[in-house]
Design a binder for this molecule. Structure first.
Ligand SMILES: Nc1ncnc2c1ncn2[C@@H]1O[C@H](COP(=O)(O)OP(=O)(O)O)[C@@H](O)[C@H]1O
Ligand SMILES: [Mg+2]
Length: 373
């Protein structure tokens, strides 16, 4: 026990007179302080200064790629932790190192108190699992139940326990009715739920989900998200990578935003928002596409980000700036020809913050993003 605790306990005893209740209190104090002494229990994932470089051959002339550059974070038990970043940011590389599929170049990674380097791979893999969005990896000619049987055998699950396990997994992912259909006949959402069931066969303490909703219809993606939430509520520690901001905002307890292999922000959604206290947003909804005005505004450096999305036949433009002044009356005439449906100040969303953080990481000029929904 650290001396600090001992001192605390003794001074506590000094102030109290009743010995029996002292003993109970002492036990209570010890029990409540035991967790920090076992960080592997409280933090199943600890990453310190992780770097991963992909070496190229000297002859190719292509420089080595630093895919992950000195990132540090930890994940609490039962937490949903989000790795958020654009394509090529280093999310999959990070997940692969944490799943013992890639070695780190430098830095320290401890999974369930075991170092990923030095012969612990098998012990770690028995207690974790990984789902990658859009992957194959299931046997399409077999039924859902047969797939789960196959993977139970791979993990050497006791034959006598397999039927109950598979029944439970099918219920968890709501595929009981489809259990005896061939996976090739499943919809995309059913396949993705089956991937998750496959990854739950070894009852993993940690589940890595790499873009689990990529390419799914919004409704089906919502089902997958509620399944992820249920798993975390049941105590599974989850790392989720995504480039969908709203998904991270909805699901993740804490987030690391990665840009070009580096951390651009780490914390809860509100902590991330607090990193950019001077982010003000004006939102303008128009009937027509305001791209000409948006192109003009994006040349002005006082507007740090401009982002137009097409939502339900309308155009929603969000303009970020540090100083607001009387900007609304200035913007109004510039957007009026597109048919303004709505215009006003808005609180920054995670997406706004993300755009600020990623671009301040890259130190670039204003970013104009366009999305089609
Ligand atoms: N095996 C590899 N060899 C060389 N470069 C790679 C390899 N895997 C990934 N990279 C590069 O590392 C960077 C990060 O990739 P990745 O981790 O897949 O990003 P993300 O999952 O965030 O899209 C990218 O620039 C990618 O091209
Ligand atoms: Mg990826």
């Amino acid at each position: 026990m650290p001396t600090g605790y001992a001192h605390f306990v003794y001074s506590y005893l000094d102030y109290s007179s009743n010995h029996t209740s002292n003993l109970v209190r002492l036990l209570f104090i010890i029990l409540t302080h035991i967790t920090p002494m076992n960080p592997g229990y409280e933090y199943p994932i600890v990453v310190e200064g992780l770097t991963r470089i992909f070496k190229t051959t000297r002859r190719s002339g292509i420089p080595d790629k630093v895919a992950v550059d000195n990132i540090s974070f930890n994940v609490k038990k039962g937490e949903i932790f989000g790795l958020l970043g654009p394509n090529g940011a280093g999310k999959t590389t990070t997940i692969k190192v944490l799943a013992t599929l890639l070695l780190p170049t430098s830095g320290k990674v401890e999974i369930l108190s075991m170092d990923v380097v030095g012969g612990n791979e098998k012990a770690i893999r028995n207690r974790i699992n990984l789902v990658s969005g859009g992957e194959r990896g299931l046997y399409y000619r077999l039924t859902g139940r047969q797939n789960l049987k196959f993977f139970s055998n791979l993990y050497n699950i006791d034959k006598g326990k397999q039927n109950d396990l598979i029944k439970g997994l099918l219920e968890t992912v709501k595929l009981t009715d489809a259990a005896d259909l061939k996976v090739e006949n499943y919809s995309r959402g059913m396949k993705q739920r089956m991937h998750i069931a496959r990854a739950l066969v070894n009852n993993p303490e940690i589940l890595y989900l790499d873009e689990p909703t990529i390419g799914l219809d919004p409704e089906i993606a919502r089902d997958v998200r509620s399944l992820i939430r249920e798993l975390a509520d049941a105590g599974t520690t989850i790392i989720l990578t995504t480039h969908y901001m709203y998904e991270a905002e909805e699901l993740c307890d804490r987030i690391m935003i990665i840009s070009d292999g580096r951390s651009a922000g780490y914390g809860t959604v509100s902590e991330l928002k607090a990193l950019m206290p001077d982010t003000n947003v004006v939102e303008i909804v128009t009937s027509d596409d305001p791209h000409e005005t948006v192109a003009e505004l994006s040349k002005e450096h006082r507007f740090t980000h401009i982002n137009t999305e097409r939502v339900g036949g309308r155009y929603c433009t969000r303009i970020q700036m540090r100083e607001v002044g009387d900007v609304i009356s200035e913007l109004d005439p510039r957007f009026s020809r597109y048919g303004i449906r709505k215009m006003g100040y808005d609180d920054p969303t995670l997406e706004d913050i993300y755009l600020s953080l990623v671009s301040s990481n890259e130190e670039s000029a204003p970013v104009v993003n366009r999305h089609e929904h």
